[in-house]
Structures are given as structure tokens and as C-alpha cells.
Design a protein. Sequence first.
Length: 231
Amino acid sequence: MLGIIGAMAQEVEQLKQEMASPEIVTVAGMDFYKGRIGGREAVVVRSGIGKVNAGVCAQVLVDRFGVSGIVNTGIAGSLCAQINIGDLVLSTDLVQHDMNATGFGYPVGQIPQMPVFSFEADARLRALAKECCEKVNPGLGVFEGRIVSGDQFISSGEKKDWLIREFSGMCAEMEGAAVAQAAWLNGIPFLIVRAISDKADDSANMDYETFEQQAILHSVRLTRELIARYI
């Protein structure tokens, strides 16, 4: 059974509406909807924005619902010239760009005393997601690569250039690496899916408002198909 996390209500509302008579369980202020979508059982939840909310949400999915995989859907800012607004990024791995323990000899992004620099997503889930996207979002650009996360909305060209230079990330957002860390610690397969809503530069505030709904639509289509085909 997949656990589906969205940071915002818009990202999961459609999936909740498609569940027939869902069981709703409230934990840590989050409403977890358990039911069937496309004939498959899933748990869908809005985590709220930011890494702490996302990490807590992922842990509840493991402890309370015993999910066998976690997919975090949402929107992000592009860090790559080839990735345009509306395109999708499927995570290969994730890094927390606002983690800085360089004073203890760690590289920027490395969590102290963790044995890995980045958290690797599940290759099988990623391959399945790519197949699903080709079916439900034909013609859409689908990219695979590193996603960087931090408790910041990136809307500065200078910050964007630093993220590209430091981490070689494909997109930036605010929850994925926390979900990845929680899933990794629990040995649960995971995938972070991000639809691009802006270019993470000085135009980000304007682009985000304009293209948010389009990006969410692409993400919802993919997630629905992924749930139906997940085994």
C-alpha cells in the first residue's frame, strides 16, 4: 500500500475526492485518508509545508498505517535550463541544501553522523512513475535527477546559481528530502515527484501564481495512475 503525501491541500484534494467512503484518521494535526483509488488501497495526506511537517507525516505513514512505499508529490522550482514550467522531475536522490555543519568538517548538505550524503530514491518506483507519466501526460517533459530541499522558497537568481553550483540539483522545493530521510531511516522505498511551477529565480513569485494549478494537474494525473499500478 502506497502512502501519498502532498504539502498543500490542492495537491491531494482530487485524490481524496476519488476515494469511496474513506477512513479518515487524524494524527499530529494531519488528516490521513485511507481508501481505494483505481482499485488499489492507499493513504493520502496533506502534510503541510516544510521539512518538519513532511518528516512527521512520513513517520506516521510508517508507524500507523504500515505503508510499503511513500510517494511525495508536489511542485518545485526548476534549477535546470532544460526543465520548463509544467515538466516533471522524478527523484534519483535528495539533499537538504540548508543543512550546514561545515564547522564540524562536513560538506554543505551533509547531515552530521549520517552515513550518506544524499538519500537515494527507489529505482523501481521511479521507472514505474516514468511509464505512468508517459501514459497520462503524453508529450510532457519528464526528467530524472537530484532534488534539493530546504525551508526556503527560492526566488533569487543568486541563490539558484548557488544551488546549481553546490549540489547539481534539478529542482528545489521544501519537503522532499525530509520525506526521503524518514523513509530511508525506516527502510521504506520512496519517490519524490515534482511538477515545475517556476524557474526558482527573480521571476518565481509571478510564475508560481500563474502556473501552480497546471503543475498540480500533471502531478495528480501521474499519482492516480501510479497508485493503480503499484504492487
